[in-house]
Ligand binder design. Structure first.
Ligand SMILES: Cc1cc2nc3c(=O)[nH]c(=O)nc-3n(C[C@H](O)[C@H](O)[C@H](O)COP(=O)(O)O)c2cc1C
Length: 313
């Protein structure tokens, strides 16, 4: 069996700067989904909408751009631009749980509406220049919605179906529902990717034991918390991160984000988001995170970071 690992899209975190730096310091991932790109009205897609995917750092064979929307023409327009940028596959987001998104019948807001999903696919699939995959949850409010949708998805030539076994209502709270994942996976004729709460080799082993037929595994928060997690999963043993490597990785994120973000408050905001994940690698995790979140200037921030790395090196 050949296992494949996917980086999950985390909007605000796993952008092109993160993806490239991650692979330089922690090794290649089989596939990387980008955070979602929203459809736009009109006949053209401005370059700024595609800025995360147009650069040559994105390996066109392994990076899969994700799109979100529910208007077939707008979805097609965006997918065509993505195809023109060199990608063969796009992923349609049917999982985003944010109420502002779901209220507009986007993301997981589409899961209770199989007729609408089918009418969109009927329009988009025949005209799509490349391949399409979908990323879904169990439902919006009801965790059996996906089981009702899956037989319909079987009729379309989807490249794969990525399942995060929570409902949209749950967002990221509570537990993944593995029984519902099993039920939905059993109904699916497309290749399945499992996604959700993989954080350790032991947890991964027990998922593999329960779902021996699944070869594709997507990981998001776990790998940002613990940057060596993929290495640990591939080898089956816990790999400790090297603080020197983490420091270099941090410094690259800082430098590259500083180059593209305007103003120090944007840069600080971005780096604070990363520390929400990195801080758990430090003994003083929670208090360190608070100190970093309180930094109001770049000087204060750099001082705190030096202090933190001084603690572990
Ligand atoms: C901050 C954040 C941003 C996310 N952005 C996206 C996104 O753009 N597209 C998407 O399909 N899922 C998004 N997700 C969901 C993740 O891709 C993933 O499905 C979820 O975190 C469960 O996997 P994990 O437990 O391995 O993190 C996001 C999750 C978080 C926490």
């Amino acid at each position: 069996m050949s296992l494949k690992f996917y980086l999950a899209p985390l909007r605000g975190v796993t952008d092109v700067i993160f993806r490239s730096a991650f692979e330089r310091y922690f090794g290649k991932i089989d596939y990387l989904l980008t955070p979602f790109i929203t459809t736009v009205k009109g006949k053209e897609v401005a370059l700024r909408h595609l800025k995360d995917i147009v650069g040559s750092e994105n390996d066109r064979k392994r990076v899969i751009p994700q799109i979100i929307g529910n208007n077939p023409d707008d979805l097609l327009l965006l997918a065509k631009h993505i195809h023109l940028s060199g990608y063969t596959t796009v992923n349609w987001n049917l999982g985003c749980p944010h109420p502002l998104v779901t209220k507009k019948k986007r993301g997981s807001g589409l899961l209770p509406l199989p007729d609408l999903v089918m009418s969109i696919l009927d329009h988009v699939v025949p005209a799509l220049p490349g391949k399409l995959s979908v990323k879904v949850r169990l439902g919006l409010n009801d965790d059996a919605e996906l089981e009702r949708l899956m037989p319909l998805l079987n009729d379309y030539p989807l490249d794969e179906v990525i399942i995060h076994p929570r409902t949209g209502k749950q967002a990221y709270s509570g537990f993944v529902n593995l029984d519902r994942f099993a039920a939905a996976a059993a109904l699916c004729r497309h290749p399945i990717v499992y996604n959700g709460d993989i954080v350790s080799p032991d947890g991964f082993r027990s998922l593999q034991h329960r779902f021996p037929e699944v070869e594709r595994w997507m990981i998001g928060r776990g790998v940002v918390h613990q940057l060596t997690l993929l290495d640990s999963l591939r080898t089956g043993t816990e790999r400790k991160g090297d603080p020197v490597v983490l420091r270099r990785f941090h410094d690259e994120l800082f430098k590259e984000n500083g180059r593209v973000l305007s103003g120090s408050s944007h840069l600080l905001g971005k780096m604070k988001e990363f520390w929400g994940y990195f801080a758990s690698n430090f003994n003083s995790g929670k208090s360190l995170l608070k100190k970093i979140q309180r930094c109001a200037t770049i000087d204060q921030y750099q001082h705190r970071v030096d202090e933190a790395f001084g603690e572990i090196s």
